[in-house]
Ligand binder design. Structure first.
Ligand SMILES: [Zn+2]
Length: 301
């Protein structure tokens, strides 16, 4: 018992990992914490995705809660220095763990947590990727807290006239649980990992054609700001890298499928060298070609 108490005291006094987060101003109402362009590891401790705060007048909404309890706690502390507002909603753009494990902090504050209706409870695993790859100190206090308000198709939030549209993509694009957060008065949209602009998108959980279609829709909207889940570009050109990469991938793989080439040849032929200097090209591109081949092979039938 004494040992347990001592342990608990130690846990309380141990300094949490300091993420050294710096909020970047996007516009009058929006600040984001932009993650580094790396995979999660014991140095970045999961600080490799974006988390944004929008001032709705008397409260903040948070888009993606980040990778851990401590990350979320430190992000909110920084935001309170800019303006000390309570948080009304945390919105999860999809079910990848670098975007929502910070829910565990916000749920303690009594914040409403929203996600796509496809944000499946099957997501609950014994140990998330995050927990496996980052340091235990940084992961302390982090638990798997899921959204408990779900968006079936579209949900409108109204903050004294300022509106937020939550739009369920309703088809597998980056994942099967993609949710868009659109604030028309600010001409800003948050799209989660439908957009990467500092690294290659990975299509393993997604569907290539539906992803391109969803980006077509976003491109047709009247927007000044488009914020993705990874990468620091905030204007509409934020879409370009992911969009062009996926379209070229689709075009080149489809053409070779048409010629009857087998998967091995296609993986070698679709090298898309233009992207070889983009982060993660070496580890992800060939896999993307292979996945695209499998998707398009069936789409053909
Ligand atoms: Zn993701």
């Amino acid at each position: 018992m004494k040992l347990l108490l001592l342990l608990l005291v130690c846990i309380e006094i141990l300094p949490a990992f300091d993420y050294a987060l710096k909020p970047k101003k996007v516009n009058e109402f929006t600040h984001c914490f932009f993650g580094v362009s790396e995979v999660m590891d014991e140095r970045n401790n999961g600080n490799m995705s974006n988390s944004c705060f929008v001032n709705m007048g008397t409260n903040y909404i948070v888009i993606d809660s980040g990778p851990t309890y401590f990350y979320a706690q430190q992000a909110y502390k920084k935001m309170k220095k800019i303006k000390n507002l309570p948080i009304s909603y945390v919105i999860n753009t999809h079910n990848h763990d670098d975007h929502w494990l910070g829910n565990s902090y916000y749920s303690e504050l009594g914040v409403k947590i929203v996600g796509s209706s496809a944000f499946s409870f099957e997501t609950k695993v014994k140990m998330t990727r995050m927990q496996k790859r980052i340091s235990p100190e940084a992961f302390l206090k982090t638990t798997q807290v899921f959204p408990f308000i779900f968006v079936e198709n579209e949900k409108l939030l109204d903050f004294n006239g300022k509106k937020v549209h939550l739009i369920n993509v309703n088809q597998k694009a980056h994942t099967n649980s993609d949710l868009l957060v659109y604030v028309p008065s600010d001409k800003i949209i948050f799209v989660g990992d439908l957009i990467f602009n500092d690294r290659l998108p990975f299509i393993i959980d997604g569907d290539l054609l539906a992803w391109i279609k969803t980006l077509d829709k976003i491109k047709s909207m009247d927007l000044n700001y488009v914020i993705g889940g990874h990468g620091k570009i905030v204007d509409k050109s934020s879409i370009d890298m992911t969009y062009n990469y996926l379209r070229t991938l689709n075009k080149e793989v489809s053409a070779l499928l048409e010629e009857g080439k087998d998967i091995g040849d296609v993986v070698e032929l679709v090298s898309m060298k233009k992207y070889e200097n983009v982060n993660f090209y070496d580890t992800m591109h060939k896999q993307n070609v292979e996945i695209a081949y499998r998707i398009l092979e069936w789409a053909d039938e």
